[in-house]
Ligand binder design. Structure first.
Ligand SMILES: C[S@@+](CC[C@H](N)C(=O)[O-])C[C@H]1O[C@@H](n2cnc3c(N)ncnc32)[C@H](O)[C@@H]1O
Length: 314
């Protein structure tokens, strides 16, 4: 069996599974959308609680869809290929005009990460790819070998919050004057060498830059922004939106969007509202993170932050 085949069948242990189910307040007869099917970890947890309800899964990764065909062949479950920024269109195409619950579990799945041929990890050598949908045209290789220094610096700073963005971009430009970067290992070694020695200790120096490139390849900020603009409008009254994010960029987008919806009044607090804001949503509880047991069993849950929003009026 190839690495790829192993990775494909490997499950993805869902993060915050109980918290997602209670956060969504799953009802047996409800309609649910899992915007990031992955390997169906959360999807199956929701599906098994449904009687006459149904669940639609979405994923932009074709391997995830193939997996879904083998493991969720139909009934009240359906999984479709697509991007979650298109959630309204995908829901409508599948007969859903509104939902009782919508979930988004951001980022890449363990099988994607573990398959070195997909190029998401700096820990093993692989192709500089990082496309979640392998039919998309932009790859990590194109970014590192063709983007200008200014564009690389902006990506490393904006998406990776990388303080040594300029040094790393300079090193990439110098290197590609000799030969194109081909593998994740070459890029990871180059970043390590560009990093000042005293800052190499804590995390792998390539971590942030790899994440930044992945964000650019998959337009992840744009995808999440569009999703957050669209998904709340698909909720029924009483319906819930659950979003799990894995870094401060994603969590900021979620937090800002929820508070704009739940408390968008711009009038001074001690005066009557004259701005015309009508509250249709409320945030449910505070941010939820993994407990001790989950952290021990699934270290991937450490950075996860779950936020819940509820629609309270039509
Ligand atoms: C963290 S995994 C989800 C894991 C899933 N909750 C589970 O328990 O198996 C994220 C998944 O979202 C998918 N994904 C990421 N961005 C997407 C987007 N913009 N549209 C649709 N799917 C996306 C990835 O391909 C990946 O399979």
């Amino acid at each position: 069996m190839s690495d790829n085949a192993h990775a494909e069948e490997r499950p993805h242990v869902p993060v915050l599974p109980d918290e997602v189910i209670s956060g969504l307040a799953v009802k047996p007869g409800g309609t649910y959308i899992d915007s990031t099917f992955g390997r169906g970890g959360h999807f199956s947890q929701i599906a098994k609680r449904l009687t006459d309800g149904r669940i639609l899964g979405i994923d932009r990764d074709r391997e995830a869809i193939e997996y879904a065909k083998r493991h969720f062949p139909g009934g009240n479950t359906r999984v479709v290929h697509g991007r979650f920024s298109q959630i309204a269109e995908l829901a409508a195409e599948n007969g859903i005009s509104c939902a009782d619950g919508i979930l988004l579990d951001a980022g890449v799945s363990s099988p994607q990460f573990d398959d070195s041929s997909r190029g998401f990890t700096f820990r093993t050598s692989g192709t500089l790819d990082m496309r979640m949908d392998t039919a998309d045209s932009l790859t990590a290789k194109e970014i590192v070998n063709t983007y200008s220094k200014e564009r690389l610096v902006a990506i490393f700073r904006d998406y990776g919050e990388e303080r040594f963005a300029v040094r790393i971009a300079d090193a990439i430009i110098r290197r590609r004057e000799r030969a194109e970067l081909e593998t994740t290992e070459e890029l990871s070694e180059l970043i390590k060498a560009a990093y000042p020695a005293k800052f190499r200790r804590d995390k792998h120096p390539a971590k942030k830059v790899f994440m930044a490139i992945r964000y650019e390849v998959n337009s992840e900020v744009q995808e999440l922004t569009k999703f957050l603009e669209t998904a709340p409008g698909l909720l029924k009254k009483g319906g819930r939106l659950a979003v799990i994010s894995f870094n401060s960029i994603e969590d900021r987008l979620v937090k800002t969007s929820y508070s704009r919806l739940a408390d968008g009044c711009v009038c001074p607090k001690n005066r009557p509202c004259v701005c015309g804001f009508v509250q249709k949503y409320r945030t449910v509880g505070k941010v939820i993170t993994a407990g001790r047991d989950e952290l021990l069993q699934n270290p991937r849950s450490a950075p996860a932050k779950l936020r819940i929003l509820e629609r309270i009026a039509d």
